[in-house]
Design a protein around this ligand. Structure first.
Ligand SMILES: Nc1nc2c(c(=O)[nH]1)N[C@H]1C(S)=C(S)[C@@H](COP(=O)(O)O)O[C@H]1N2
Ligand SMILES: [Mo]
Length: 388
């Protein structure tokens, strides 16, 4: 546990009881973001390469980190990833079916869903492939999602005692091959019944106060706060309770982490399905106002206790975390002053620590280095900058 090193201020700010007394501090921290007037953004010297043609159909609208200007990512700047087609759905003919191993199957229209209790949740959605490829370094965004809680719907459907998983199907479909057999099937992902019943999960029809945009799953998607992007099924039209484990391609073949681990001195390959989001931070941008430089970044994946920044090979220095928005599953914006950096090239690295004392690993940590696949890459990120 490293919690002893966490500034007391951060503990206070995290507890909601202490929150009210901190307004002055909060607003001074809030001023750290989005911007100082008249400041310039210095572009990173290490720009990611363009999305390769092979992936350009699937991955769109990646954020330019230098453009990060608000805690909420505007809908038109939010990334979008789709592995099959991107269906355009007419909400009038669309409905959601809840079936499988249940006593009372349901069918709900969009109006039915909107008439149910409404819940909003701020959640930072990150693709588990983010930082898995040189071109994929910003497949992440933060939005306020609104919809209706999933758990009461599953309760109404009365899941049979043998039901063990909930499978979420999109209307998008593609052809998949198993040995010599090819079958057209819908995008889908499953969760254990216990995970699906989490009070945080919603069936979302709004994103930042607007109807869910088409690339992000119009008219309805699952929002599963705390899970990597892949679990958040878009263009949702069927929820089915299974008695057996679901083994769809995005569950059990793709979006699977292969890691080499040591067991009694022998290397073994361990395969796991991408699941919950991991502790992470990134330096987002460097700004300059006269010779006052500032490094601004984001941290997410767990309740963030502290963020530290390292410049070149210097000491780790604590960043100021903006706690003006209280949300368990949303990123924290942090910043740190960088006084009169010498001209030349510099390296900037950040690392986050959660309230359990877990520290974001380095890229050399066996957890990251022994991965043979690109998913779940939450290692520390280093960026290069040229100071003139
Ligand atoms: N139906 C469907 N849902 C999907 C996907 C998909 O291809 N089809 N892609 C998943 C992946 S890999 C990610 S990272 C997130 C991205 O959500 P966004 O496009 O709203 O950013 O959606 C997930 N939900
Ligand atoms: Mo993803």
């Amino acid at each position: 546990m490293q919690t002893g090193t966490i500034p007391r201020r951060d503990f206070l700010a995290y507890g909601s009881a202490a929150f009210a007394g901190l307004t002055a501090l909060q607003s001074s921290l809030a001023r750290a973001f989005p911007a100082r007037s008249g400041e310039d953004v210095i572009p990173w010297a290490d720009q990611p390469p363009p999305v390769p043609d092979a992936a350009a159909g699937d991955v769109r609208n990646l954020l330019k980190w230098e453009d990060l200007n608000s805690w909420i990512t505007p809908n038109n700047q939010f990334f979008s990833i789709s592995h099959y087609d991107r269906p355009v759905i007419d909400e009038k003919s669309w409905s959601l079916e809840i079936g499988g191993s249940v006593a009372r199957p349901l069918r709900l229209t969009l109006d039915d869903i909107k008439a149910r209790p409404r819940r909003e949740i701020a959640f930072t959605l990150e693709c588990s492939g983010n930082h898995g490829f040189p071109w994929n370094t910003s497949a992440v965004g933060n939005a306020r999602w609104a919809g209706t809680p999933l758990a009461p719907i599953l309760e109404e459907a009365q899941v049979h005692g043998r039901g063990r998983e909930v499978v979420f199907f999109g209307t998008d479909a593609g052809e998949e091959q198993v040995r010599t057999v090819k079958v057209r099937q819908n995008f889908a992902r499953s969760m254990s019944l216990a995970d699906a019943m989490s009070r945080d999960n919603i069936l979302a029809y709004e994103m930042n106060g607007a109807p869910l945009p088409q690339p992000n799953g119009f008219p309805l998607r699952l929002i599963a706060p705390g899970w990597y992007g892949i679990a958040n099924v878009k263009w949702l039209d069927r929820i089915e309770v299974f008695n057996t484990p679901y083994m769809g391609p995005f569950q059990a073949r793709d979006y699977v982490t292969l890691r080499e681990e040591q067991r009694e001195g022998k290397a073994v390959g361990i395969l796991t399905s991408v699941g919950r989001v991991l502790l992470k931070s990134v330096p987002a941008k460097v700004t300059r106002q006269g010779n006052q430089y500032r490094i601004v970044g984001a941290a997410w994946g767990a309740p963030i206790a502290k963020v530290e920044v390292q410049i070149d090979n210097g000491p780790w220095m604590p960043a100021v975390i903006d706690r003006s928005e209280e949300a368990d599953h949303a990123w924290r914006i942090w910043s740190i002053a960088w006084d009169r950096p010498p001209s030349g090239e510099h390296l900037i690295t950040s690392r986050a620590t959660d309230f359990g004392g877990n520290v974001q690993p380095t890229m050399n940590d066996p957890l990251i280095a022994n991965k043979r696949t690109y998913w779940e890459s939450n290692g520390q990120v280093t960026r290069r900058i040229q100071v003139s």
